[in-house]
Design a protein around this ligand. Structure first.
Ligand SMILES: Nc1ncnc2c1ncn2[C@@H]1O[C@H](COP(=O)(O)OP(=O)(O)OP(=O)(O)O)[C@@H](O)[C@H]1O
Ligand SMILES: [Mg+2]
Length: 189
């Protein structure tokens, strides 16, 4: 595959904005922490806004896609909305189909976990059950899950469920720190 074909293939999997994210963009310290990531049970990246969490996830995803692996990328809030949309009469897909896809994907990337839930409120039963089913199925099948969030695992435990926190504690945890990046095209300070 030439570079253009590779890029076109990556666009099928990761959000277009992050299609050029590459492991080489990451700092040496982060790259070192990510060594052997393909074999992890899971990875939990968390930190403040605009520190490059999604970029890191995308760099991992792009690396796997280039190696011919099958990945599934979801933004958690959008995924829940897509599942809810299957309840409509003329829905094109079923809840089970969507759930099966994420429960069994060879590699699953969940961007923005917890963003759909205000910090001081519990997540809905629906969000809790959906997340638990996904994490539990993947843990039992020993297939890796890579997550980004603005919240530490303890806050996810409080928003969702202690059983979800317990599963996330099995993952490698990577706090992301640094200086927030400006959006391309931002001007001024
Ligand atoms: N290592 C990097 N090299 C080049 N560009 C980067 C790098 N990290 C992040 N960026 C760019 O900086 C911007 C912010 O990064 P990103 O969207 O990954 O942050 P985030 O932590 O996911 O933010 P949020 O919490 O709002 O979701 C993006 O446009 C991204 O492509
Ligand atoms: Mg992000």
């Amino acid at each position: 595959m030439n570079p253009e074909q590779q890029r076109a293939r990556r666009v099928e999997f990761v959000p277009p904005r992050y299609v050029d994210a590459d492991l080489d963009d990451l700092s040496g310290a982060v790259r070192q922490r990510l060594e052997g990531f393909e074999n992890l049970t899971g990875l939990y990246l968390w930190g403040d806004v605009r520190l490059g969490k999604t970029h890191i996830l995308a760099a991992l995803a792009n690396h796997l896609v280039a190696a011919g692996r099958l990945i599934k990328w979801i933004s958690f809030g959008d995924f829940l909305a897509a599942v809810r949309a299957t309840y409509h009469e003329n829905a094109l897909s079923t809840e089970q189909t969507l759930m099966d896809t994420v429960m069994s994907a060879e590699y699953l990337f969940i961007d923005d976990l917890g963003a759909e839930c205000p910090s001081d409120k519990p997540a809905s039963d629906f969000a809790c059950q959906s997340l638990f089913r996904v994490l539990n199925a993947r843990g039992n099948a020993e297939i890796p899950t890579y997550i980004s969030s603005n919240k530490p695992i303890s806050a996810i435990g409080q928003n969702y469920d202690p059983r979800i926190e317990y599963r996330l504690r099995e993952y490698a945890e990577l706090p992301v720190s640094g200086t927030p990046r400006r959006r391309e095209g931002d001007i001024g300070r």
